[in-house]
Each structure stands twice: as C-alpha cells, then as structure tokens.
Design a protein. Structure first.
Length: 342
C-alpha cells in the first residue's frame, strides 16, 4: 500500500492533516522528533479507517529520512516540519530556523528523489511571504503581488517555495506550493515551536477557564483567518489534483474575520457557560494577544477555486464547530496549552 509522508505531523496543521488523511483511509507516516503523537490525538486517530505509523527522526538527518523512504513505499509527501519563529528566536537561533524550515525541506526532497516513488509533493509556503506587500494593497495574489517577507520565518517560507519548486523540477518531482494563510481551530496548542499562537486559541482557553476575554479595542485590524478544516481540505485538493492550474496557491478564507469577532465570541459564550468577553476600554490592557495591529490585504483564492476548493466555514460556523470539538475532547487538549492571561 502506498503511503503519505507528513513531516511535522505532530504540529497544529500537521495533526489536522493526518486526521483528514486517516479519515479517508490513507496509510500515513508521521516523521518527527516526537516518538508519539499527543495522547488525545492518538485516541481519536485510532478509530479512523486509515493506517498510522509514527517514525522518530529529525528532518536535518539525511540518513534518517533515507531510511523512512527505504522502509516504506511513499508516493506523496507533505514536508511540513517547521519552526514558526518570532523575533526573539530569530535573533537567538537563526541557524536552527534555517536548518529546520529550509534545509529540512530540501533534505526531504532529496530523499524523495532518491526513492523514485514519489508522485506529488505539497510544499509549505505561507502568507508570510508577502511581508511588506500585505500592508499596501487590498488583495494579495500569487502572480502580481511582490513577495517582500519581513520575518526570518517568511524568508524561509519563500525560500522553501522557490528552492523547492526549482529542485523538484530538476529532480523529476511533481511539486506544488501552498501559501498557507493565518490558521486557527482544533489541535492548536503551544508545542514550543510556534512563537505566534492565534488569538482564537487564547479566546477558547479563556472560555474553558470560565473567565473573561478582553479583546483589543475597536477597530480590530483586517485579517483573513482561515479555519483549519478548510485549510486541510485545500491541501488535500493540492495533493490530489492531476493538472494544477499553476504551481503556487493561496489557501486562505479570502474573508476579513474582524467584522465577525463579536458574533463569534457571542456564539462561544452561548456554548460555554461562564465565559464572557468584551473589547478593552480606553487605557485597559487586552488579555487576548493579536499578532497584527495593521490591516492586511486579503489573500485572493481564485486559483485555488479552480481546483474545486473553497472555504466551507463562515467565521460563526467555524467557532461553533470548534466549540463542538472542545466538548468532544472535554477541553483537555488546549486547557493547559498556555497560562491564564490577565
């Protein structure tokens, strides 16, 4: 049976991707430094029809990657291991960020080349590749919007996209790149590898504690958050498409979340008694961190729509679905993911 390799499969997007792949009966190999998936994920995934294997290893270790390909017939690859570094980590460990985010992907591609069995690679780019361009236009598209990454994370993601597509072409691999928008939803937690957790996670943690979420004052900055289940559906569309209308695809909601913030929080308050929320008063510090204070252009998804994919969850529906997932999980997965704030 052919298998799908997911490096970084124990991370936020990785867990959702693995769950979706198992749900459709795939043989999935998770490769990473953790010997096991988080206990709640392992229990949930055990009931899915696919077959799961977890292999311990480091994407910087070429021999470990070669062994994974030698021991399994892998025909599709998501090289998603990454460090989402903030400024402090960038300054302290730039080499580590480059090694994991860029060199780890190149090493995975080289192992796929040598295996000779891989028919599709989905490269993990990011909305961060747009950088400065995101603040001076209303829409960001894959063709006309200049990529001007600001953060080292954004730089590595643009390098993954460009170097990955170039090497895939030279090495006979069929690769596409997904520019992944800002994401929230089930399985997000603090793994120590993501320095910028979503404000949605903080809101849901406040709800689990029965406390108050204090959002920044209005107006909230324009930002096109995408629900992780929609994102994963887009990644699977990229995995499966036989004649892609391009090699680089924005995967985002193409919808500003900020006008929906009040309705989303109201839905959560109705779902989780004891939870209250408000916007910060003048001079009051919010306890829900928003990573962006400037409005951003929205990511155009016309090219991804040509795959037959489109986001399914409106913001309010996403919050209701997220709350339902928390009830199913008894809140145990994210309750201790970060200390109480405020």
């Amino acid at each position: 049976m052919s298998a799908v390799l997911v490096t970084g499969g124990a991370g936020f997007v990785g867990l959702n991707l693995v769950e979706a792949l198992l749900g459709r009966g795939e043989h999935v190999i998770v490769f990473g430094q953790e010997a096991t998936l988080p206990a709640p994920a392992g229990a949930v995934f055990a009931g899915l029809p696919g077959r799961l294997e977890v292999v311990t290893g480091d994407v910087r270790d070429a021999s470990a990657l070669a062994a994974v390909f030698a021991n399994h017939r892998i025909d599709r690859v998501f090289p998603f291991a990454a460090i989402t570094a903030g400024p402090v980590r960038e300054a302290a460990s730039p080499g580590l960020v480059l090694d994991v985010n860029l060199h780890g992907v190149i090493s995975t591609l080289a192992a796929a080349r040598d295996a000779g069995t891989v028919r599709r690679v989905v490269l993990p780019a990011s909305a961060a590749v747009y950088g400065d361009s995101a603040y001076d236009r209303d829409w960001l598209d894959e063709v006309t919007t200049p990529c001007m990454p600001i953060s080292l994370y954004g730089v590595t993601k643009y390098a993954v996209e460009r170097a990955g597509l170039r090497l895939a072409g030279l090495w006979g691999l069929d690769a596409v790149a997904a520019r992944i928008g800002a994401t929230y939803g089930p399985w997000e937690r603090d793994t120590g590898l993501r320095d910028t957790l979503s404000p949605h996670l903080a809101i849901f943690q406040a709800a689990l504690r029965g406390g108050a979420a204090i959002l920044p004052p209005l107006p909230l900055p324009r930002y096109d958050w995408v629900y992780v289940k929609d994102l994963v559906a887009g990644l699977l569309a990229l995995l499966d498409c036989t004649d892609p209308p391009g090699r680089v695809f924005n995967l985002a909601s193409a919808q500003d979340w900020s006008p929906h913030a009040a309705a989303c929080c109201d839905i959560l308050a109705a779902e989780m008694p004891g939870f209250a929320w408000r916007h910060a008063a003048e001079g009051e510090a919010p306890n829900i961190p928003f990573n962006e204070t400037r409005p951003r252009g929205l990511m155009a998804i016309d090219r991804a729509r040509r795959l037959g994919w489109a986001p399914r969850f409106a913001p309010e529906a996403a919050y209701a679905d997220y709350a339902a997932w928390l009830r199913q999980m008894d809140g145990r997965f994210i309750a201790a993911a970060a200390p109480p704030q405020g």
